[in-house]
Design a binder for this molecule. Structure first.
Ligand SMILES: [Zn+2]
Ligand SMILES: [Zn+2]
Length: 134
């Protein structure tokens, strides 16, 4: 655990952010949960930092988002989930339990863009039912 904390602390500093115990704890939570929404993070971090406010959690999420340390996964009709930025991957969302899973990116996408449009990036979200819920 100690080692991980050091790693998060380095990660924050590398991205020109102050390494605070709250930020380090949030990264630990994200690492453990994989993908978590703000309520998950808040409920978990409160166990360690009893007096932390939801506003502080939001503020730290935004700061780390802007720095690119974490990423937002937009989930239709639900709260966004967050994860620590890692190699590019796509997501599968289970319509029953709402869990988000990492999946390999499709090797190619066959998309036709209107004349004059230039794509920069595409993200793929697969909707379905996970193994547990099937
Ligand atoms: Zn499921
Ligand atoms: Zn992911």
């Amino acid at each position: 655990m100690e080692n991980r904390y050091l790693e998060y602390s380095e990660l924050l500093k590398k991205n020109a952010l102050k390494s605070t115990p709250q930020r380090v704890a949030m990264l630990g939570i994200l690492e453990k949960m994989g993908h978590a929404d703000v309520d998950h993070i808040y409920n978990e971090i409160k166990k360690e930092f009893v007096s932390i406010s939801l506003a502080t959690v939001y503020k730290n999420i935004n700061t780390m988002l802007e720095a690119g340390i974490i990423q937002e996964i937009k989930v239709p009709q639900k709260k966004s989930k967050f994860e620590i930025t890692k190699h590019k991957h796509s997501h599968f969302i289970c319509e029953k339990c709402g869990e988000v899973f990492d999946i390999k990116r499709p090797r190619q996408l066959d998309i036709e863009l209107p004349e004059g449009f230039r794509a920069k990036e595409a993200s793929v979200m697969i909707h379905g039912v996970c193994k547990r819920c099937a």
